[in-house]
Design a protein around this ligand. Structure first.
Ligand code: ADP
Length: 720
C-alpha cells in the first residue's frame, strides 16, 4: 500500500494531473485508516516480520518474537486520533514530532528521537526529537556517533530487532554501550529499528520511559506508533528528495519540457524554460499544438521517432519567445512509453553564446583564409601521431587537387616530393625538436597533373611527445616555381655577364698590347720621317698622321683604363692626405697651365686624411686638365677641399665657359662631349672619374662656379 502511495506522489511527473494524484493519495490514506481500525477492532495487530521490528529485551525482559504474542491489552486509539496521526504522511516535520510526542505520552519517557544511519560506517544522525518539559535537549551521546561504539544496540537494530534496556544501571550484558548511555539515560532505553524496503535506515529511541511492564506486555500501541512514525519519516524523506529533485529540475540551466506525443499537449516544463520563453507553466500546459510547435519546434514529431529511435539530438534548433525573439538551442529528445502512453522529454540548451563564438571563430577563419589567399599561401596542420592533415583549398590547389579530393594525410604529400629531395625533407621533419621547433624547406613536387613545382614550406611544431619530438606541426606553403625560374634566368644571365666580362678583359688586353704597339711604331716612324723630310706638302701629311696617331694612342690608353676599371669590383685602399695628392697633381701639370698662362690657386691648408687608392690622382688630374682645356688663357683655376660632414669634398673651379644645366647630368656619361671646339679629348675622362668615385663609395658632380663664370667639378671621399 505504501508503495502505491509513494507511486501516487510520482503521478504528476508522468503526466497525471496534481489534483488526480491528490485524490488518489486521500483514498489511500482512507484505506490505511480502515486497515488500522480493522486491526484495532480485532485486538490483534499483526505486522509482517519484514516491515515491523521484532521486540527483544535485555536484562529484565527476554527476547521474544511479538508476532506470536497474544495479549489482552486494549488498543487505545480511536479513528479521529488515527486520522490525525496519519496526517504527517503529507510529509511535514510537525507531524513527525506529533507522533514522537504521542510515544512520549504513551511511554511516559523524557525524550523520544528518530535517528538516521548515514554512510557505510553507519553514523547515527538525530533527525527529529521530542523532549518532556524540563528535560535536557542537548544531551545526546548517540548523535553523530559511530554505531560500532554501541555494539549491543547496533547488533540488535541491524538484525531488525528492538531493544528494551529496562534497568540500565544493572544491564551487564551491554556494558560497552551502557558506559556511554549512562551519561544521558537514567534507567531505561528502548530502541526500535526503522526499516524500508527490507533495509534498516534508522531507529527510534525512547529514553527513561515509565513503562512498568515488559515490552511483550504493552507493545501494540508502541509498535503501532513506531510504524506510523516510520511511514511518516520515509514519506518526509521521499518528499524532501522529490522537492529537491523538482527544485533541481526547475533551477536547471537547461530547458526541460515533457509533451504527450498523442495529444501534443505539454505535461510539464521547468521554470528556466518559462522564464526564458516568457510563457507561464499554466500557459504552456494549455498551449495549442500549433502555437507549441511555433514556440519550441515539433521535436515530438513521430517521424523523428521512426528515423532516430528513442533518442535524437538536434544541434541546430531554436525556440521562439512570446515576444517573438529566437533563441538558438541544442535539443536532446527522448521518447518514453509508459502505461500505454507515449511521452516525449526534451532537454534543450541555450547556445546563443556558442553561436556567437562560432560566428567570431568563423569570421576569424575567413579573415585568416583571406590573408592566406592574399599572400597566395597554402595552410596545413599535421597531426604526426594520427597522420591526419588539415589544409585550406590553396594548399590542395598547389598540388593539383580540389580541396575535397586531396587525401587528408601527410603520406600523400610525401609521395609527391621529388625523389632527389624526399630523403632530405623527411629527415628535416623527423629532426624537429622542442629546442628547434621551426623549419623552412624548398623542394620540388610532382603534382597530380604531373606538373613539376617548387614549394617553399615553412612550419613550426606546436605539440611534442614525451621525448620532445614534434607530434603536431602547423605551417604554410608557397608556390615558388616562378621565382625559381627567374632565379635560373638570372643565374644564366650572370654567367653570360661573367663571360662578357672576360671578353671585355680580353679586349682590354688586345687594346693595350696589340693595338698600342703598332700605334707606337707609327708614332716612331712618323717622327723619323719628319726629321728627314723637307718637302712641305709631305711634312704636313706626316704631321697629320702624327696628330691622329697621338689621338689614337690616347684613345687606346684611356679606353683600356676605363675597361679595366669597369671590370674591377674593388680597390685596395690606404690612408693618405688628399691635400698632398692634390698638390702633386697640380705641380706635375704646371707646364700645361704655364703654356696657357693660367694661374692655379690652392685654397686649402692642413691635413685631409682619407682611405683611398692612388688612382684617385686620375680624378684630380682629369678635373685639372679639363679646367685648363675648357678655359681661356690668363684665367685662374681654384683648388678647394671642403669639410662635408663625414666626407671631404675636393673641388676644381675654373673661369671657363661653364656647362649648361641641360648638359650637366650627362657629362659623366661615356663618350659624352658637350663642346669639342677642337679641344683634344676622348669623352671618357669623366666616365673614368665617376667609376673611380664609385669604387671609393664616393660621389661626383658638377655645378656652376659660385664666384662667376665657369664650372666647378667635385668628388667626395670618405674621411679617415
Ligand atoms: P674629354 O676627353 O672630351 O675632355 P671628358 O669626359 O673629360 O672628355 O669630358 C666630357 C665633356 O665635358 C667634355 O667634352 C666637355 O664638353 C665637358 N667638360 C668637361 N670639363 C669641362 C670644363 N671644365 N668646362 C667645360 N666643359 C667641360
Amino acid at each position: 500500500m505504501f508503495v502505491i502511495f509513494i507511486f501516487s506522489t510520482l503521478l504528476p511527473y508522468i503526466g497525471i494531473s496534481s489534483n488526480t494524484a491528490l485524490m488518489i493519495q486521500l483514498i489511500l490514506i482512507f484505506c490505511v485508516c480502515i486497515f488500522v481500525i480493522y486491526l484495532s477492532v480485532n485486538y490483534s495487530l499483526t505486522f509482517s516480520k519484514t516491515s515491523v521490528p521484532v521486540i527483544s529485551g535485555i536484562s529484565l525482559s527476554q527476547a521474544k518474537d511479538t508476532s506470536n504474542h497474544s495479549s489482552n491489552h486494549s488498543f487505545r486509539y480511536e479513528l479521529p486520533e488515527i486520522t490525525s496521526l496519519l496526517s504527517p504522511l503529507s510529509g511535514r516535520e510537525a507531524g513527525i514530532i506529533n507522533i514522537l510526542s504521542q510515544i512520549g505520552e504513551l511511554t511516559g519517557c523524557t525524550r523520544c528521537s528518530v535517528y538516521e544511519l548515514q554512510g557505510t560506517v553507519k553514523i547515527a544522525k538525530r533527525k527529529y526529537f521530542w523532549v518532556k518539559n524540563g528535560a535536557d535537549v542537548r544531551k545526546d551521546v548517540l548523535h553523530n556517533s559511530l554505531m560500532k561504539s554501541f555494539p549491543w544496540i547496533f547488533s540488535s537494530i541491524n538484525s531488525k530487532k528492538s531493544v528494551y534496556m529496562k534497568d540500565i544501571l544493572t544491564a551487564k550484558e551491554a556494558i560497552s554501550d551502557l558506559k556511554l548511555l549512562q551519561t544521558q539515560v537514567n534507567n531505561s532505553l528502548i530502541a526500535i529499528p526503522m526499516i524500508d524496503d527490507g533495509d534498516v535506515f534508522g531507529f527510534i529511541t525512547v529514553e527513561d520511559s515509565q513503562m512498568t511492564g515488559s515490552l511483550e506486555e504493552e507493545p501494540y500501541d508502541l509498535i503501532f506508533l513506531s510504524e506510523i512514525l516510520r511511514l511518516a519519516v520515509v514519506q518526509k524523506q521521499f518528499i524532501d528528495d522529490l522537492s529537491l529533485f523538482k527544485n533541481l529540475v526547475n533551477r536547471s540551466n537547461d530547458y526541460i519540457i515533457v509533451v504527450d506525443r498523442n495529444s501534443s499537449k505539454v505535461l510539464d516544463v521547468n521554470e528556466t524554460l518559462c522564464t526564458q520563453i516568457e510563457y507561464s507553466r499554466t500557459e504552456f500546459m494549455a498551449m495549442e499544438p500549433d502555437l507549441l510547435m511555433d514556440t519550441v519546434g515539433n521535436f515530438w514529431n513521430g517521424a523523428f521517432f521512426e528515423t532516430c529511435g528513442s533518442h535524437y539530438l538536434d544541434v541546430d534548433s531554436s525556440f521562439r519567445t512570446k515576444t517573438g525573439k529566437r533563441i538558438p538551442v541544442e535539443i536532446n529528445v527522448t521518447f518514453i512509453e509508459h502505461d500505454d502512453s507515449q511521452y516525449v522529454l526534451a532537454v534543450a540548451r541555450n547556445i546563443t553564446e556558442r553561436k556567437e563564438r562560432d560566428l567570431i571563430l568563423q569570421k576569424t577563419r575567413d579573415r585568416v583564409e583571406l590573408a592566406l589567399n592574399g599572400a597566395d599561401l597554402g595552410m596545413w596542420d599535421w597531426d604526426v601521431v594520427t597522420d591526419e592533415l588539415v589544409f585550406n583549398s590553396r594548399w590542395a590547389e598547389m598540388l593539383g587537387y580540389q580541396a575535397a579530393s586531396l587525401p587528408p594525410n601527410f603520406k600523400t604529400i610525401v609521395e609527391m616530393i621529388h625523389e632527389q629531395e624526399k630523403e632530405r625533407v623527411i629527415s628535416v621533419l623527423r629532426g624537429i625538436r622542442q629546442s628547434s621547433p621551426s623549419f623552412e624547406e624548398e623542394f620540388r613536387v610532382t603534382t597530380r597533373n604531373n606538373e613539376s613545382k617548387w614549394l617553399l614550406v615553412r612550419g613550426k611544431a606546436t605539440e611534442f611527445d614525451d621525448e620532445g619530438k614534434a607530434s603536431r606541426l602547423t605551417g604554410t606553403a608557397m608556390d615558388i616555381t616562378q621565382r625559381k625560374l627567374s632565379e635560373d634566368h638570372l643565374k644564366q644571365y650572370a654567367d653570360k655577364l661573367q663571360r662578357s666580362n672576360e671578353m671585355k678583359e680580353l679586349f682590354t688586353d688586345i687594346l693595350r698590347h696589340d693595338l698600342l704597339n703598332p700605334a707606337g711604331n707609327i708614332k716612331g716612324f712618323t717622327e723619323l720621317l719628319l726629321e728627314i723630310e723637307n718637302n712641305e706638302q709631305k711634312r704636313s701629311m706626316l704631321e697629320r698622321i702624327q696628330k691622329n696617331d697621338d689621338k689614337l694612342i690616347d684613345m687606346i690608353d684611356t679606353a683600356a683604363k676605363f675597361a679595366k676599371l669597369e671590370s674591377q669590383d674593388e680597390l685596395e685602399f690606404s690612408i693618405m692626405d688628399l691635400g698632398i695628392l692634390l698638390r702633386n697633381v697640380t705641380e706635375s701639370l704646371r707646364p700645361m697651365t704655364e703654356s696657357r698662362k693660367m694661374n692655379t690657386v690652392i685654397r686649402f691648408s692642413g691635413t685631409y686624411r682619407s682611405a683611398v687608392n692612388t688612382i684617385v690622382e686620375e680624378v684630380f688630374a682629369n678635373f685639372f686638365t679639363n679646367a685648363v682645356k675648357y678655359s681661356y688663357e690668363n684665367t685662374s683655376i681654384f683648388i678647394d677641399i671642403f669639410d662635408d660632414g663625414g666626407m671631404w669634398k675636393v673641388a676644381v673651379t675654373d673661369q671657363g665657359e661653364g656647362i649648361s644645366d641641360a648638359d650637366k647630368p650627362y657629362v659623366f656619361d661615356r663618350f659624352k662631349r658637350v663642346t669639342k671646339k677642337g679641344v683634344k679629348g676622348t669623352g671618357l675622362g669623366l666616365a673614368i672619374v665617376k667609376r673611380i668615385a664609385e669604387l671609393h663609395s664616393g660621389d661626383v658632380g658638377v655645378e656652376n662656379n659660385p664666384d662667376g663664370k665657369g664650372s666647378r667639378f667635385w668628388i667626395s671621399l670618405k674621411k679617415a
